[in-house]
Design a protein. Structure first.
Length: 173
């Protein structure tokens, strides 16, 4: 199974659970998983990440296009299916317009075109004011999950090596 990561996965990882300063293993795992052809994102997410001037923008800029995939002919063809579904679900016009202008639209189309599992922190919601990624995934039968589900499914483990654990453990007491 290959995964396509939403921008919020990277942003929340940096800001909360997997900061570059205290959990570099998460970022190393992303690179490893990308080399194994398991984890990707898309160019539009790259654009969002590099809009800031921070460590995440620098990290994202250092990844090649093998990590942040460009749209191809299959993705362009999938836009029609995604837009048709979104346009017929009773969303407010502003919600539809916003969805079509942001990376979410491209992410879902890419997942549909290439059978990716979408990874996002978003959860489905019964609202007409915002088009949520999981709602579109459900409507188009695209698999989706949280980053934690992906990490567990893939057996990711972020552990200290034995020498570091002994050194740290010896400092207590």
């Amino acid at each position: 199974m290959a995964y396509l990561l939403d921008a919020n996965v990277f942003i929340q990882a940096k800001n909360l659970h997997y900061g570059f300063d205290f959990c570099p293993a998460f970022w190393d795992w992303l690179d490893w998983a990308n080399q194994q052809r398991l984890v990707f994102s898309i160019e539009r997410v790259l654009d969002e990440l590099t809009a800031g001037n921070d460590a995440l923008a620098q990290w994202a800029q250092q990844r090649t296009d093998s990590f942040f995939l460009p749209p191809d002919a299959q993705v362009l063809a999938a836009f029609g299916k995604v837009s048709q579904w979104v346009s017929t679900q009773g969303y407010e016009p502003a919600a539809i317009n916003t969805f079509f202008q942001i990376a979410d639209y491209y992410l879902v189309a890419h997942a549909l075109a290439h059978c990716f599992t979408v990874v996002t922190h978003e959860v489905p919601a019964a609202t007409t004011k915002r088009v949520k990624i999981p709602n579109v995934c459900i409507g188009l039968s695209i698999r989706h999950m949280t980053p934690y589900e992906m990490l567990r499914r893939e057996g990711a483990r972020f552990v200290l090596d034995a020498s570091h654990a002994q050194q740290e453990g010896g400092d207590e007491g």
